[in-house]
Design a protein around this ligand. Structure first.
Ligand code: SAH
Ligand code: SF4
Ligand code: F3S
Length: 436
């Protein structure tokens, strides 16, 4: 049986698709690269914002239309499976054949087979307190980076966020299983791994914490760059900062989601830190590791956020001067605390104004930060031959995760080269390869 998998949402879903591939191939399914010719299509979905949901609903319709002559089964897996179970099972127009949540991939093969045997919509959206798939070795796409999920789920229940409901409770994998996976990756030639978790720095396995895990992974020969995402500002003990600062293999980049700059709004969001505490953490990070690149996530238009309160977000951005930022309009999610307690009362036009304002500000900061690299020689890991603009360019990333374009560069994917930065925009650095 041939299966085609399409992945939406965050890196955890990317990783999960690789787990699914592994599970299915063990059970004699063949995973193919196009929907044409597939017996089964799996959409690994995201539910974090309304537009993520709409994209998937639209895609199901398109696929059904496109493949109307093909007797294909379409299954929804991932976060929408748990979040939209009822809608997906009840909606006969949508013609989804089965749904499987993020903790039930071991049962996927059986549910797919069943869907060919009877017309009932099969489902398994049980959330587990223990499932980490730690014994399953994902089948990865080629590339220079390998994801490793080290913990799953989330216990934070930020009031706006659906993830604790779609992915269930927090649980960590054993350090041994992570190290084993990382070691195998190094043997296969991956030199960069990114440790993943919804709250990756809350990692804890019988007392082994995230700082311990980072150090252990960094001891593996062959690995040169270790990244992690997403940490939560509440879990940044000095021991962790010291590892990031002192360990040469840990990339000097911290994604530090702010969400909002005003303490009242942060409190309503249940983020567990104030404006001042967040800035103190930034100061501490910069004092310990001055070269670190900082990036963030921000939500504008959380219920009741006033213009003045929004200005506090602007203030934090101006103070921190992030290297880049993902900025979102608040999107009300069913079942979350914010949806139950507050009306989504910031008008759409105001959300639009705020997001445009912040994107504009961020663009200026990114440009300034990027231009500061002009004249420096940075180590770049080559990720891709050919860019949108030219097949002769190569692109890669710096330790601080900045995208670098090397026009006419002659080097190979996976290679580390020293690049003299000669130009920069808000999005990319440009440069030439030099001997160091
Ligand atoms: N676990 C990660 C976030 C996962 S979701 C963390 O805590 O950092 C990624 C980002 O989506 C969040 O940081 C937040 O900025 C945004 N987001 C989550 N729920 C949202 C919602 N209801 N509306 C708008 N943006 C949201
Ligand atoms: Fe969502 Fe908050 Fe958990 Fe991140 S920490 S996944 S924003 S509930
Ligand atoms: Fe989306 Fe689920 Fe990730 S809701 S952001 S795919 S954890």
């Amino acid at each position: 049986m041939k299966v085609y998998i399409e992945t939406y949402g965050c890196q955890m879903n990317e990783y999960d698709s690789e787990i699914v591939r592994s599970v299915l191939q063990q059970q004699e399914f063949e995973v193919i690269a196009t929907p044409q010719g597939a017996d089964v299509i799996l959409l690994n979905t995201c539910s974090v914002r309304d537009n993520a949901n709409r994209k998937v609903f639209g895609r199901v319709h398109t696929l059904r239309h496109l493949l109307r002559k093909q007797p294909v089964k379409i299954g929804i897996i991932g976060c929408m499976a748990t979040d939209f179970k009822k809608e997906l099972l009840d909606d006969d127009h949508l013609t989804v054949d089965f749904i499987v949540g993020p903790d039930s991939y071991r049962n996927l093969a059986a549910i797919i087979r069943e869907s060919f045997e009877n017309d009932r919509k099969g489902f398994d959206v049980t959330l587990s307190k223990t499932e980490t798939y730690e014994d399953i070795y994902p089948i990865r796409n080629s590339g220079v980076n390998a994801w490793i999920a080290v913990m799953r789920g989330c216990n934070n229940f930020c009031s706006f966020c659906v993830v604790p409901y779609t992915r269930g409770r927090e649980r960590s994998r054993s350090p041994e299983s992570v190290i084993q996976e990382a070691r195998q990756l190094a043997q296969e030639g991956f030199s960069q791994v990114t440790l993943l978790g919804q709250n990756v720095n809350s990692y804890n396995y019988n007392g082994s914490d995230f700082a311990y895990l980072l150090n252990k992974v960094s001891e593996i020969d062959g690995l040169r760059r270790i990244r992690f995402t997403s940490p939560h500002p509440k879990d940044f003990p000095e021991s962790l900062l010291d590892v990031v600062a002192d360990n040469l293999k840990i990339c000097k980049h911290i994604h530090l989601p702010l969400q909002a700059g005003n303490s009242r709004v942060l409190d309503l969001m249940r983020r567990t830190y104030t404006h001042e505490e967040y800035l103190r953490l930034v100061d501490k990070i910069r004092a310990t590791c001055p070269e670190v690149a900082l990036t963030t996530d921000i939500i504008v238009g959380f219920p009741t956020e006033t213009d003045d309160e929004f200005e506090d977000t602007v203030k934090v951005m101006k103070y921190v001067q992030y290297d880049s930022a993902f900025i979102f309009k608040y999107s009300e999610r069913n079942g979350t605390l914010a949806q139950k307690k507050y009306a989504d009362d910031v008008p759409e036009e105001v959300k639009t104004e705020r997001i445009m304002h912040l994107n504009d500000l961020q663009k200026r900061h990114s440009l300034k930060k990027n231009r500061a690299h002009i004249g420096q020689t940075l180590e770049v890991l080559i990720e891709q031959q050919g860019t949108k603009k030219s097949p002769d360019d190569v692109q890669g990333r710096t330790d601080g995760n900045k995208l670098v374009i090397i026009p006419g560069g002659s080097c190979q994917v996976g290679q580390y080269v020293n690049v003299l930065i000669t130009d920069a925009t808000a999005h990319v650095l440009k440069g030439q390869i030099v001997e160091k």
